[in-house]
Each structure stands twice: as structure tokens, then as C-alpha cells.
Design a binder for this molecule. Structure first.
Ligand code: FMN
Length: 181
């Protein structure tokens, strides 16, 4: 099975979840984990499973403006909580999932799944980027094989301890649900 895990990440949490999902999927075949700005159309088009995820910003996908706010928030956080300082993920300045889904996402009807990272609170209050990703991927012809999933961060934007294991199990469940395109 060939899988592609596409992620966007400002502070590294969605990147970390993408890496965990990628490592779990490796048990089932070939995997590429790539930042959304580096996805080559052919890579996604030739995969049996495409997993896409990123942070929830303002109840939805990030925008250029919310990414700028994320940078400001990181600077503020560094002065309030310097140990360890919040670092920006490589590629954070590039185009986001919103741009990719609008312009280039390609599907041959492959199996797909969406995740987000978001604050640890009721989804009704936080919103969930994964729902937006899932809806837009369906429009592009991807076949969603599971409900959108959220992995939670604390108020200092650190992934909760429980989430690495949950992401691992979620990914294994995906691998077992892939439908041949
Ligand atoms: C500008 C901005 C807006 C945010 N809006 C929301 C939100 O509406 N709901 C939520 O649960 N979390 C929100 N968050 C928290 C992010 O979801 C959290 O920082 C993210 O999961 C971190 O992922 P990353 O490390 O991959 O960037 C927001 C964060 C930023 C910087």
C-alpha cells in the first residue's frame, strides 16, 4: 500500500502527528510524509491512501492572516513560557492546506482521511479544521474512509501526552480500511 501524509503546521504539533501517522502506516507499505507546500500532484494521485491534516485556526483552516497571528502568538508565548520556547515549524510560511485544496489537490477516488490539531475543549467551541478538510476532499473526489479526527493540544500549545498513541492507533485503523481505488 502506498500512502501520503500531507500536513501543515505552525508550531510543530500537526507535523508531529503526521510523522506518527506516517510511522504507523509504514508497517503496511510505502509512506511519504510531506508538508503541504511540497506535495507533488503525481505523489498524491498515485497513492492508495491520502491523509491530510493541520491546525485549527479560527474554527477552520489557517489563512495568511491567521498564520501571521500565529507568529505573533509564538513571540508572546516565548516571553511568557520560555522553557521550552515555542518554535515555528519549517515550511510554516508556505502555502497552507486551504490553498492546496483550492488549487491543486488531485484525486482518482483514492481513500482519504482528515485530521486536525486543536485546543482541548468542546469541539462546538473550538471548531475543527478536519471537518473542513474532509468536506473539501470529498468535493475533489477523495473517498473519506473515516470520520475527521482531532488531536488535542494544551493551552500552551503542547500536544497532550495521550495523543501520540491515539494517532498511532487511528493510523493503523485507516490502513485496515483502505478501499482499492
Ligand atoms: C491564530 C490562531 C487561531 C487559533 N484558533 C483556534 C481555534 O479556533 N480553535 C482551536 O481549537 N484552536 C485554535 N488555535 C490553536 C491551534 O489549533 C493550535 O495552536 C494548533 O493545534 C497547533 O498546531 P501546529 O503546532 O501544527 O501549528 C489557534 C491558534 C492560532 C495561532
Amino acid at each position: 500500500m502506498k500512502s501520503v501524509v500531507v500536513y501543515e503546521s505552525m508550531y510543530g504539533n500537526s507535523h508531529r502527528v503526521a510523522d506518527i501517522i506516517g510511522a504507523a502506516l509504514k508497517e503496511f507499505g510505502q509512506v511519504s510524509v510531506v508538508p503541504v507546500s511540497r506535495v507533488i500532484d503525481e505523489l498524491a494521485a498515485s497513492a492508495d491512501l491520502v491523509v491530510v491534516g493541520g491546525p485549527t485556526h479560527a474554527h477552520s483552516l489557517s489563512t495568511r492572516q491567521s498564520r501571521a497571528s500565529a507568529l505573533e502568538a509564538a513571540d508572546t508565548s516565548k516571553s511568557k513560557h520560555p522553557h521550552p520556547p515555542l518554535e515555528m515549524d519549517p515550511h510554516w510560511q508556505d502555502a497552507g492546506i486551504r490553498d492546496w485544496l483550492r488549487t491543486t489537490a488531485i484525486s482518482n477516488g483514492q481513500s482519504a482521511a482528515a485530521f486536525d490539531t486543536r485546543l482541548d475543549a468542546m469541539a462546538l467551541l473550538t471548531g475543527r479544521a478536519s471537518r473542513v478538510i474532509a468536506r473539501r476532499m470529498t468535493r475533489h473526489g477523495f473517498q473519506l474512509i473515516t470520520e475527521p479526527e482531532s488531536f488535542l493540544v494544551d493551552s500552551q500549545t503542547r500536544l497532550l501526552d495521550s495523543e501520540a498513541e491515539r494517532a498511532h492507533h487511528w493510523a493503523k485503523g485507516l490502513a485496515l480500511s483502505v478501499v482499492p481505488a
